[in-house]
Design a protein around this ligand. Structure first.
Ligand code: 13P
Ligand code: ZN
Length: 273
């Protein structure tokens, strides 16, 4: 089967388009990774032409010998559906989890996203907790970024404020949101800090930069990013009207919601203000 005919590739391309249409991917902003199932690799591997091995820049032993569909560094999300072979690639990770090689795509040259260390370290943490996790998504979500100039860079505060802005939020991300202080992007250092927080959350904010989401499939991961960003938009609107809430959802109301929706909401987020 041709790579572009495979369902997982179509889902990846659609998600890139959806992110572009949300306005989260100016220029080459953002990146996306999908950990390909072995049966999906079998479907398309007749097209593979392995290139040179390259260092990942970190070590991900739990991802050894796996294949990933990844956006290219410097490539634009808006072009992913228009010229996918130029914008995305499939990579193979070696048997130690130290190197990768491109086996398909990026036909005009280039390399996978500069955030590959963060994508793979987050993916490794998630896979070890739940082997069904397959998608890591980084987007430049406008309202979340705006809030990192106004709220304290504290996951407890971000989680609670975003939960209060939309009743569905605690149900969609009950494990809360982590926050990484501003750091230089694109390397191992920020990947280590992000993956530490990914052990506890499915969403991690990069201050003054954007957000990472992790999930089992494209719909869940995009939906998670979308829900958190929508909630951030409501908070930005609310703060633009007046600095204080006239009324809101209380900690006891969250506890009631948790019971009825059968989710566990950690008490650390239900503090008295
Ligand atoms: P890439 O073009 O290398 O994926 O980088 C975009 C980005 O968002 C960096 O954080
Ligand atoms: Zn970025």
């Amino acid at each position: 089967m041709k790579v572009l005919d495979a369902e997982f590739v179509k889902g990846f391309i659609r998600m890139a388009d959806d992110g572009w249409n949300q306005g989260w991917h100016e220029r080459n902003g953002g990146n996306l990774t999908y950990r390909i199932k072995s049966e999906e690799v079998e479907l398309v591997k007749e097209n593979f032409e392995p290139k040179q091995w390259q260092a990942i820049g970190t070590t991900v032993p739990a991802l050894a010998n796996e294949y990933f569909l990844v956006t290219g560094s410097g490539k634009y999300f808006r072009n992913v559906s228009i010229k996918p072979e130029d914008s995305i690639c499939i990579i193979e990770v070696d048997d130690k989890g130290e190197n990768y090689r491109i086996v398909w795509g990026l036909v005009n040259g280039g390399s996978p996203t500069s955030e590959l260390p963060s994508h793979l370290m987050n993916m490794e943490v998630k896979k070890l907790q739940n082997p069904n996790y397959r998608v890591i998504y980084h987007a430049h979500t406008t309202n979340i970024i705006a809030l990192t100039f106004v709220l304290p860079l504290d996951g407890k505060v971000f989680t609670r404020e975003l939960w209060e802005m939309a009743t569905e939020c605690p149900v969609v991300f009950p494990s809360g949101i982590g926050v990484v202080d501003w750091m230089v992007p694109g390397g191992r250092e920020i990947a280590v800090e992000t993956s530490k927080l990914m052990a506890k959350h499915d969403l991690v904010i990069w201050a003054h930069h954007g957000m990472f989401a992790a999930g089992e499939d494209f719909d869940l991961t995009f939906g998670l990013m979308h829900t958190a960003e929508k909630s951030a938009e409501i908070l930005v609107k609310m703060l633009s009207m007046q600095p204080n809430k006239r009324q809101t959802i209380t900690p006891d109301e969250f506890r009631h919601l948790a019971k009825d929706f059968n989710v566990e909401l950690p008490e650390e987020y239900l503090y008295e203000k």
